[in-house]
Design a binder for this molecule. Sequence first.
Ligand SMILES: [Zn+2]
Length: 296
Amino acid sequence: MLRPSRRAVLLTLATMLIAAPAQADDKLKAVASISIIGDLVKNVGGDRVEVVTLVGPNSDAHVFSPTPTDARTLGGAKIVFINGMGLEGWMTRLVAVSGAKLSPIEVTAGVKPRREEGGHHAVDPHAWQSVANAKIYIANIRDGLTKADPAGAAAYDANAKAYLDKLDALEHEVRETVGKIPPDRRRIITTHDAFGYFGQAYGVEFIAPVGVSSDAEPSARDIARIITQVKRQKIPAVFMENISDPRMMQQIARETGAKIGGTLYSDALSDANGPAATYVDMMRNNVRELAKALVP
Ligand SMILES: [Zn+2]
């Protein structure tokens, strides 16, 4: 057999290099509204999908205002994933402005909605804070990608299965870690009501001065009410959130003597170097921070 000439090898390499960008363009262009969903889409999409996230790490989807760049990103997308349940109020207008001919896929389809307690019973959009719900997100993402790119069906199915196994292990770890906290200490304060699904699933009570959307400012009376509650119920710790101003929690800790726990990641991942750069790491970080502050 003849060895290929050096020239032929070089020509082949050059062709491959030129072809590389075209291959990148062949990827399915997906947009995710928030970083948590973006990470889930990457895990199911693997090599076939290019994912862009609109609301980045440590950013607040409740008060997001899209830019013309976001409209262009959306205009070039083949598929868009949103949480739904009222989280992305800005999305309908953004889709219209972008000229995209698609309707966003709600990854919470099939999740049992939790309603905010008290006042106006708004639907709580933070369903990802329960791992069982994240498994529903994965199924919806797999089905959406498969519909948009039928040739990738087997790959999306295999990726989803592998990731669901990771979520099973994560769920086990979360339950085991919460189990180490004495039941009478499973009660904490956070800034906004983002951990209702976590609380329901794992038996921790979260009390928040701000409701299920972070865009409302708590009144002095709201804060005073929380301070009284922390003292009366001897709530052991208050926690910061990566998307919220820490000052209110610091004030509550100061006036009640409650311990300041670490930072919980509620609505967004950390940046790549932080402790919550993926969904799995976010859940793991949060439950470890709870245990650190609450296990005596
Ligand atoms: Zn929120």
